[in-house]
Design a protein around this ligand. Structure first.
Ligand SMILES: [Zn+2]
Length: 443
């Protein structure tokens, strides 16, 4: 009797194990079957290296890529060049995370019938970008290396993610790589320079009780120990708002001293400044804000966007979007529709106090008004940065900002490598690209 009961238990345990295995399999099937079906070498999914079916369009339905008869890119070479880093090339040197992510949807796969009858369900992938804006951004970069990113800070849709240098996937292969295969919008990290002062200013507004009224004295240099932080000129007495508009290093060195490392590290973490963006198969590299072991002068430079600071354009755009969105950060995304599935707006898990975001937006509006001039006839809030990237090397020009308007809720990030002054080089690019975006939204 005792023996029988032990057998019963064992059978029951085995049955439970089997059930658990089945549940695990079904869960994994639901989650991953889309990826299983497009394993490399599946003859029902690929002919050689390209997919057997599907097409990719931009937000306006402009066809960017068609797999129905081989792999055909746009007929327009300017569009082919402007979208190369999103769609990949023919050789696989330029990857396309978004195509990899939605390959099964492009083929018409569904969970119930698999690839059976997929031909009739052939999927379309509609991207959020505008080919026209991408082309305009690439023209505005005019052959210089860099990136232009624009997204809707309320919904997260990316309208523009241009990367230069680029090449025509239907033309001759580039002579030397020169970073031509890299998608700078999603894959690069840059020294932020003064655009990082937005982070330091936000931390000051949030933690220093007199942040909005205190004044900081700039005599052109500010000594910390044996060394000093310098400005291009003596700026005199400045409020935080004026210090941001004039991008005064001496004022920000004093603010850094008041804030201290812990507050700055907490703020950078809370706002996701150095955290990757994950969407549509894309995972951007982490940024860097790493002053733990820095001495006082290096910590001051870290709060000015130098030292070892690095930002990924997409992650920093999300931070700018958080200021624009009154504290809420929309997660960027690239896919409007994939085989009938609509991408949803999702907020990133980072928050800034609403009041902090509003004050900072006012400061950025003041900076744009007094320093950068008219941009695309829009109410633009902005901050420029001229980033030192190494001794003897020309500075990178950086520019970030957003349009403070319900009708045109766009935030942007621009870097021109070796571009010199942030505002002089990038403000005209922002002007051209935002005009094109305005048209794309209105059409
Ligand atoms: Zn100064």
């Amino acid at each position: 009797m005792k023996r029988l009961s032990r057998r019963t238990w064992m059978t029951l345990a085995l049955a439970l194990l089997l059930l658990a295995g089945l549940v695990l399999y079904l869960v994994r099937f639901a989650l991953y079957s889309e990826r299983w079906v497009v394993f490399p070498g599946n003859p029902h999914a690929y002919s050689g290296t390209h997919l057997l079916a599907g097409e990719v369009t931009d937000r306006d339905g402009e066809k960017l890529l068609d797999f129905s008869d081989g792999k055909s890119y746009s007929a327009d070479s300017a569009i082919r060049k402007a979208t190369l880093h999103l769609l990949g090339d023919r050789t696989g040197n330029v990857p396309s995370p978004v195509l990899d992510r939605y390959a099964a949807r492009l083929l018409g796969y569904d969970v119930v019938s698999g690839l059976y009858g997929a031909q009739s369900r052939r999927g379309a992938l509609k991207l959020t970008i505008s080919a026209r804006v991408q082309t305009e951004a690439l023209n505005a970069l005019a052959g210089r290396s860099g990136t232009v990113l624009v997204y809707n800070y309320q919904t997260g849709e990316i309208l523009c993610a241009a990367s230069s240098p680029t090449f025509d996937p239907d033309g001759s292969a580039p002579a030397e790589s020169d970073g031509v295969y890299l998608n700078r919008a999603f894959g690069a990290v840059y020294t932020p320079g003064s655009i990082f002062k937005l982070v330091t200013a936000a931390a000051a507004i949030e933690t220093l009780p007199d942040a909005q009224t205190a004044t900081y004295r700039c005599e052109g240099t500010y000594a910390i120990g044996e060394q000093s932080v310098t400005c291009t000129a003596a700026h005199g007495d400045l409020t935080l708002e004026q210090a941001l508009a004039k991008s005064c290093n001496c004022a920000f060195a004093q603010i850094a001293e008041q804030l201290g490392k812990k507050t700055m590290l907490d703020s950078v973490k809370r706002w996701g400044v150095a955290e990757p963006c994950r969407f549509d198969g894309v995972i951007t590299p982490s940024g860097r804000f790493d002053p733990q072991d820095a001495d006082q002068i290096d910590f001051a430079w870290a709060c000015i966007g130098q030292y070892t600071d690095l930002v990924n354009p997409c992650s920093y755009l999300r931070f700018v979007g958080m200021i624009a969105g009154e504290g809420k950060a929309a997660q960027p995304y690239l896919t409007a529709q994939a085989g009938g599935y609509t991408a949803h707006t999702k907020n990133a898990p980072y928050r800034m106090e609403t009041e902090t975001a509003r004050i900072l937006a006012d400061y950025m509006a003041y900076a744009a008004e007094t320093v950068y001039g008219n941009i695309a006839d829009l109410p633009v809030c902005a901050k420029s940065g001229t980033a030192e990237v190494g001794e003897g090397q020309p500075t990178n020009a950086n520019f970030v900002g957003f349009v403070r308007s319900e009708a045109c809720p766009l935030a942007f990030y621009i870097t021109v490598e070796g571009g010199g002054s942030g505002s002089k080089t990038c403000a005209p690019i922002a002007d051209r690209v935002l005009r094109a975006c305005k048209q794309a939204i209105e059409s």
